[in-house]
Design a protein around this ligand. Structure first.
Ligand code: GLP
Length: 236
């Protein structure tokens, strides 16, 4: 694991963009993308750059069950708004949260992943160490699956919903087995709410209790964090 400390989320976005640009110059074709506030600066930088994504494929990590792309709280809507409407891609994949057969949707997504191996996987991290929506306890070899969100994740994600709206309690997520197939992984985390998870991920044991800890065994991981997220690290 390579750990890069930055001053703030904007500087973190700039760093991630440098890696992305360098890899695109080398000819990568498929990006694994994430939602949440963490990658927003990177997406702004991508939008304002001259990089051409029109030959690229993107594959998102997850989606809430019950929401379609018209719903402003859906991850498809987030991606369209922050990136795809401003920077055309060749193809963009996000799990379909309103699929009539969710198991079939999971199989379809694994097929998409098999046809488009991810070159560059972007990740945020949940406060409990989840990646994608792989909550603590998820097997490391799990593929795309239906997830029951934990109370802490539902609570954390409430900030994105109006009071009147119910935060979905289920999601479709790429599994950890699918995520770690990505050739290069960039995980970003900013702010003190992520400090505990970052400490466990980097300095703790590899355990399903903290899903992101599996990244210690990944071939190429770059962790970009600010001082607040790094504040509980003791060795690195
Ligand atoms: C959700 C997403 C994750 C994301 C996490 C953190 O749970 N499924 O992919 O990493 O939130 O979100 P944020 O970046 O807003 O802190």
């Amino acid at each position: 694991m390579k750990i890069i400390r930055v001053e703030n989320a904007y500087e973190g976005g700039k760093k991630a963009f440098e890696f992305l640009q360098a890899d695109m110059e080398k000819g990568i074709r498929t990006l694994g993308l994430a939602t949440g506030s963490t990658p927003e600066e990177l997406y702004k930088i991508m939008v304002n750059s001259s990089l051409d994504f029109s030959q690229m494929t993107s594959i998102n990590l997850d989606e809430y069950i019950g929401l379609d792309g018209e719903n402003p709280q859906s991850y498809r809507f987030f991606m369209n708004t922050h990136l795809f409407s401003k920077k055309p891609f060749n193809e963009t994949f996000v799990p379909f949260g309103k699929a009539p057969d969710l198991q079939e949707e999971c199989r379809r997504y694994e097929q998409v992943l098999a046809e488009h191996p991810i070159d560059f996987q972007l990740l945020g991290i949940g406060r409990n160490g989840h990646i994608g929506f792989n909550e603590p306890g998820t097997d490391f070899d799990e593929t795309t699956h239906v997830v029951q969100l934990t109370a802490s994740t539902i609570e954390a994600n409430k900030r994105n919903f109006d009071d009147s709206e119910k935060v979905p309690t289920q999601a479709i997520s790429m599994g950890i087995g699918s995520i770690i197939k990505g050739k290069k992984t960039i995980l970003m985390a900013f702010g003190k709410t992520k400090a505990e998870a970052i400490h466990g991920m980097i300095e703790g044991p590899v355990t399903t209790d903290l899903p992101a800890s599996i990244l210690q065994k990944h071939q190429e991981v770059i962790v970009i964090i600010d001082e607040a997220a790094a504040s509980k690290l003791t060795k690195s």
